[in-house]
Ligand binder design. Structure first.
Ligand code: ADP
Length: 326
């Protein structure tokens, strides 16, 4: 096991009769950005809080760098958590917020301020060191929270929906910064989100959770391109799930093309056409009352436009059709 390996071994979390996390096992890649992705209530935060030590493990174990950290207090694990609401102390300056955990450890003032300044430099906030949190924008507060988590020199940084409090513009900017920071620091980031676009933009690896278990995990492109289950195909988006006599299949919407009805194509009836700028999204009903979505480049569509009510033929390459296991 290499230095930073984090591993979950059959980890379970129960709250009374509720099984929030059901015996999940996973080995995180060292130095990588992993997103825990899934709908609300699937067990993502419980998993993250168990890794952080803010929640007890009901069963199973959590290993980091070869040692069992399942029952250690949060500060002794080698992990640090950045919370959704940032949880900054309103009466402390930015510098003292960042230095706080060192103060708790008894580090002398000059030394902890020097380290805090180093962290503020890392997140580009050096000139705001003397401000109070309420004198900062949302994005700046988030960077203070990041600096505060990183000052403990964690091997693994845990982020619980870190971008959800930001407006859409800032969210996109901060996610680029998070990604850059992870690469610079060379530690593992584990980031909880319910947004598939956020996970795809950030993650080396994505763990898709559903109903307290891992539904699929792997490199982001694999999870998107070859979903194994109907749930993953639908949750990741951009896919059609089509029931054929031989089973269920996923086909990417941008792999579907549209022609006049023809032999060898799937007959459909256009139900909706939506212009989306670079693409046109066309929905058609096919046999079995199933809806198929085609994402067509705008120039292709307008060279030969179709309208609701038109009979069309739908095509896709056999290689673009993936059989689903469940
Ligand atoms: P997610 O982060 O994916 O939204 P959570 O891990 O927060 O999911 O929750 C998973 C399940 O555990 C949900 O059914 C939730 O209601 C339940 N749960 C979470 N925290 C508690 C708690 N402190 N007490 C009881 N049930 C909880």
């Amino acid at each position: 096991m290499s230095k930073q390996d984090l591993e979950l071994v059959s980890v379970t979390k129960q709250y009374g009769a509720t099984v929030a996390v059901d015996a999940i096992s996973y080995r995180f890649k060292p130095d990588s950005y992993t997103c825990l992705l899934g709908p609300s209530g699937c067990g993502k935060s419980s998993t993250l809080r168990m890794i952080a030590g803010h929640e007890t493990v009901s069963d199973g174990s959590i290993l980091l760098a070869g040692r069992d950290i399942s029952h250690l207090p949060p500060a002794k694990r080698g992990t640090a958590m950045m919370f959704q609401n940032y949880a900054l102390f309103p009466h402390l300056s930015v510098l003292d917020n960042v230095a706080f955990s060192l103060k708790m450890k008894g580090t002398e003032t000059a030394k902890r301020h020097a380290q805090a300044r180093e962290m503020l430099d890392l997140v580009d906030l050096t000139n705001l060191a003397d401000r109070l949190p309420d004198q900062l924008s949302g994005g700046q507060q988030q960077r203070v929270a990041l600096a505060r988590a990183l000052i403990t020199r964690p091997q693994v940084l845990l982020l619980d929906e870190p971008l959800s409090a930001l407006d859409p513009f800032l969210r996109v900017r901060m996610r680029a910064e998070l990604r850059k920071l992870q690469k610079e620091l060379g530690i593992s980031f584990i980031h909880v989100t319910h947004g598939q676009d956020e996970a795809l933009a950030l993650a080396d690896d994505i763990i898709v959770m559903n109903n307290a278990v891992i539904e699929q995990a792997g490199p982001a492109r694999d999870v998107f391109n070859t979903p194994q289950t109907r749930f993953v195909a639908q949750f990741m988006g951009g896919h059609n799930v089509i029931a054929l006599p031989t089973g269920h299949f996923a086909v990417r919407a941008d792999a579907v093309s549209v022609t006049e009805p023809a032999k060898g194509s799937v007959a459909g009836n256009v139900t909706a056409v939506e212009y989306q700028g670079t693409h046109v999204s066309l929905s058609a009903r096919i046999t079995g009352d199933q809806e198929v979505l085609a994402l067509i480049p705008d120039a292709t569509f307008f060279a030969n436009p179709h309208h609701p009510g038109d009979q069309i033929g739908l095509h896709w390459d056999a290689n673009d059709q993936h059989k689903l296991t469940a």
